[in-house]
Design a binder for this molecule. Structure first.
Ligand SMILES: Cc1ncc(COP(=O)(O)O)c(C=O)c1O
Length: 451
């Protein structure tokens, strides 16, 4: 066996050592027992990680997640392909804290994790993409396939282009036009599939087999998981208290899988003692996991509940990035959520525009459609009593609005068409405030007594 100096990939079900990424790729990303779930273990002393998090280390890559190079599955720093991703701020949004207190009687702290600030493509998929491009450069991978609802493939398109990798992307027909254009502009191949995301996944798998090309393993892909788990290290580094609640828009669930891995990895360092309660929100027109969760909860989580989920064909959600209608990862995600004491909830996507208006009015942060699901999830969670006094809530703003011009047009509420000065009344921006707040709070009347 090779002398693995930095990390090894192990099969999750048997614990068998697979090797490094070159071995994993050579095995067509499949464990000897046929499974695909693996975990990555590092040989570096964990106290080094503690030093990096505590800023005691003289790290070389302060402007990206490569700050954690010693704990990422890449041998040579020269192979790093980075556009400054994963070094994003955590902001405190006191207007949401005030609202939680005034409208729902809940005293909590509210922070947002600003993935819209990622410099690659402005979503939280940039973290996975920098990892993927760097690993592919290191192992000489020149072709790759990915199925995507939009964001992950946009990020991969750009980063893999920088690594000289030819990427074939399979997207469902409801994918946003702007995503498609961006991928094509980077010179990657877009296959727009007549059908939904499940169909796009199927064709991507067939393409990979036909041409013997490596394919992204989706939400469980160790490339994505290893990159995204650095979020945990960053929160410890940036926040005074670790969040007790984590809210994210949910499609397939790489985020929660990676966060759980990150927390388990550092359990002996004394930073975090337990998982935050995962409150994962799905848009109501594509919410198979939320439906399954509700049913399981109503039936007291009966035997077999993890495998009891609906499959939605061609979900007609207005938020195509979250259109995973066949939630194959539900057994994994639901068990993480249950362990954390969290919830999988449904967000009424018809409220997205009002939520986006409120966030941007109060902060000037332009949130993208999927990010409104996370923000709206906070309102839904408040109404349903899932946020408690003393909670430290972290909401993942997974994307900005840059690539969703149609959404931005809808969010705009202030344009008035005029032809004479008489029609131009003197302007004061505070006139909008009451209306914007009312539009949101009317949608979320107080339902339950929390505490
Ligand atoms: C902005 C944004 N938020 C959230 C998600 C959901 O991510 P996951 O369910 O894989 O953790 C996506 C997935 O496409 C996304 O693009």
């Amino acid at each position: 066996m090779k002398d693995y100096k930095k990390y090894v990939i192990k099969c999750q079900s048997t614990g068998e050592v697979i090797g490094d990424f070159s071995d994993w790729f050579a095995m067509n990303q499949t464990c000897p027992d046929g499974s695909k779930m693996v975990t990555v273990e590092y040989f570096e002393d964990l106290n080094e990680l503690k030093n990096i998090i505590n800023k005691k280390e003289n790290y070389k890559y302060p402007q990206s997640l490569w700050r954690y190079f010693k704990f990422l599955p890449l041998y040579n720093e020269k192979n790093i392909i980075s556009l400054g991703e994963g070094a994003i701020p955590v902001n405190r949004w006191t207007f949401l804290e005030q609202m939680a207190k005034d409208a729902y009687g809940v005293n909590c702290k509210v922070f947002v994790y600003r993935n819209d600030e990622n410099q690659g493509t402005g979503t939280f998929k940039d973290a996975a993409a920098t990892m993927a491009a760097s690993i592919m450069k290191e192992h000489g991978v020149k072709e790759y396939v990915i199925a995507s609802t939009g964001n992950i493939a946009t990020a991969y398109s750009r980063y893999l282009a920088l690594a000289g990798v030819s990427l074939s992307v399979f997207i469902p027909e409801n994918a946003q036009l702007t995503h498609q254009s961006e991928m094509g502009t980077y010179g990657q191949r877009v296959f727009k599939v007549k059908g939904d995301y499940a169909k796009a996944k199927q064709l991507a798998a067939e393409y990979a087999q036909k041409y013997n090309v490596l394919i992204s393993l989706g939400n469980i892909d160790p490339i994505r998981v290893e990159a995204k788990r650095t979020m945990v290290f960053e929160w410890i580094r940036l926040m005074e208290e670790f969040p007790t609640v984590y809210i994210q828009a949910l499609s397939g669930g790489t985020g929660p899988i990676a966060i759980k891995k990150g927390i388990e990895e550092i359990k002996d360092l004394g930073f975090v003692s337990k998982l935050p309660r995962f409150i994962l929100a799905q848009p109501h027109r594509c919410n198979p996991m939320a439906q399954a969760w509700k049913k399981a909860q109503e039936n007291n989580f009966p035997e077999g509940w993890l495998n009891d989920y609906p499959i939605l064909k061609n979900p007609q959600t207005t938020i195509p990035t979250l259109s995973t209608g066949n939630p194959t990862t539900y057994p994994i995600i639901a068990s993480i959520v249950k362990e954390s004491g969290g919830e999988i909830i449904s967000f009424n996507e018809d409220n997205a525009i009002d939520i986006a208006r409120l966030a941007t009015y109060e902060t000037t942060v332009k949130v993208g459609p999927a990010a409104t699901v996370a923000l709206g999830g906070f309102f839904e969670a408040l109404v349903d009593g899932h946020i408690k006094d003393g909670d430290v809530v972290l909401i993942n703003i997974g994307e900005g609005a840059k690539r969703s011009p149609e959404f931005m047009e809808e969010v705009n509420y202030s344009t008035k068409i005029v032809s004479s000065i008489d029609e131009c009344e003197k302007f004061n921006r505070t006139q909008y405030k009451d209306e914007i707040w009312k539009n949101v709070l009317d949608r979320y009347p107080k339902k339950v007594e929390t505490k």
